[in-house]
Write a protein that binds this ligand. Structure first.
Ligand SMILES: C[S@@+](CC[C@H](N)C(=O)[O-])C[C@H]1O[C@@H](n2cnc3c(N)ncnc32)[C@H](O)[C@@H]1O
Length: 400
């Protein structure tokens, strides 16, 4: 079959002989491939390209042996040059903005190195016999792995894949500046229907392929924006080793802060953007729903008396603070986006500029469509997830 353009979420779009849309993984636009159907629905199919009859000039041999049809589902674009991956992602962002929000603009995805060995946190699944792996594409099945090429050297230094983890449901390896820690969640053995929290234990990689129990507070230290950050347990931190600096630079450039400004950082995690903005403005209010991340943010921002970390959902914190007005807003919501009520609450603050940091162009486009009185004035996109279909955007909004 002939393969068309890239689809949001990975793969390319094609048409089956019966007219249904097919999302083809392991293919590239313009190729002719033999595809094996992996999922069938009334109106669409998923398939893997198992043989390439006419190859794209962008095609390369996958650097990772697990990135093959039917195997690891972690990476989507290993078979494309890194430059081509960025063009594919730019096309997806462009299409989402146009289809969902009616915004027609060219998109360039900027390179962020490295393209392999970038991921400083990896959440592995565990097979029944205790081996680590990653899920096959859209499957509960696990592909056991001896290594992960996109994992950072710090993650791989633990050697977690060489160990056996019987009884664990999940093993997350997190590499900070100072050490790598392993957060494990035990399998639930509860009666059906019982709601049991995972039992989390934290171990430290000894750098020789072993794991030792962590002494003191579990977590890692990170450096970004010229500051040191504590990220506890498996709390959120940007996954690409260079993402925090890249995003802080982009957000500060987007907001152009001035001395007397009042700024708001929504979905603030451990305080990355609030901490970067505080020295540049008069006050920063941060809002984050995860109590552990808020505790870390308070610790991370303790030398910045003009920065406050508030616990709660973004909409609830905004209502509680009752600011009335703010000059600048940065928001960095999870994949689902912020939603219309939060976007309306941001608009009600009448900020001079809004910087929207997004890891999903579809939810970004929805939120841009739903923000009253504001228009997109600049859009940057970054390849912060090389080899995967993910892309990070920083959108600047200003009063329309
Ligand atoms: C993509 S992370 C961004 C964190 C931070 N800006 C950073 O760059 O490190 C999203 C954060 O939003 C938090 N979160 C999720 N839903 C939320 C909500 N409704 N209100 C506030 N925070 C929320 C998550 O706990 C997570 O820390």
């Amino acid at each position: 079959m002939s393969v068309g353009g890239p689809a949001h979420g990975g793969g390319c779009v094609a048409t089956a002989p019966d007219g249904r849309t097919v999302f083809v993984r392991h293919a590239l636009p313009g190729e002719t491939v033999v595809a094996r159907v992996t999922e069938e629905r009334d109106r669409w199919l998923r398939a893997d390209a198992v043989s390439v009859l006419v190859a794209s000039p962008d095609r390369v041999e996958e650097p990772c042996e697990y990135a093959k049809p039917g195997r690891c589902g972690g990476c989507d674009w290993q078979h494309a040059t890194v430059a081509a991956q960025r063009r594919l992602k730019a096309e997806v962002v462009r299409e989402q903005l146009f289809r969902v929000a009616g915004i027609d603009r060219d998109v360039v995805v900027e390179e962020v190195e490295p393209a392999l060995g970038w991921r400083t946190r990896v959440r592995f699944a565990v097979t029944d016999d205790g081996r680590l792996g990653l899920h096959r594409h859209r499957s509960e099945e696990i592909e056991p792995l001896d290594f992960c090429l996109i994992a950072s050297p710090g993650v791989e230094s633990v050697g977690a894949e060489a160990l056996r983890w019987p009884g664990m449901a999940e093993v997350e390896v997190i590499a900070g500046e100072d050490r790598a820690v392993v957060v494990t969640a035990k399998r639930k053995k509860a009666p059906v229907g019982a709601d049991v929290a995972p039992d989390v234990s934290v171990l430290r990689g000894d750098g020789r392929g072993g794991a030792l129990p962590v002494r003191g507070r579990p977590g890692v230290r990170e450096t970004a924006a010229g500051r040191t950050w504590w990220v506890g347990g498996s709390g959120f931190w940007q996954a690409h080793v260079n993402a925090p600096d890249v995003l802080v630079d982009a957000v500060v450039a987007a907001l152009a802060p001035q001395r007397g400004d009042v700024a708001v950082d929504l979905y603030s995690g451990v305080g990355l953007f609030a901490g970067a903005l505080a020295p540049l403005v008069s006050r920063v209010f941060a809002a984050e729903s995860d109590p552990g991340a808020v505790a870390d943010a308070r610790q991370n921002l303790r030398d910045l008396p003009n920065a406050e970390a508030h616990e709660g959902r973004a909409d609830q914190v905004l209502a509680r603070l009752g600011l009335g007005r703010a000059d600048l807003v940065v928001l960095d919501p999870p994949r689902d986006g912020a939603g219309a009520p939060v976007m309306a609450a941001i608009a009600a603050l009448a900020p001079r500029r809004v910087a929207y940091v997004s890891c999903d162009p579809a939810s970004l486009a929805r939120d841009l469509r739903d923000v009253p009185g504001y228009a997109l004035t600049s859009l940057r996109a970054f390849d912060l997830f090389p080899m995967t279909a993910h892309v990070e955007c920083v959108a600047t909004l200003e009063p329309a």
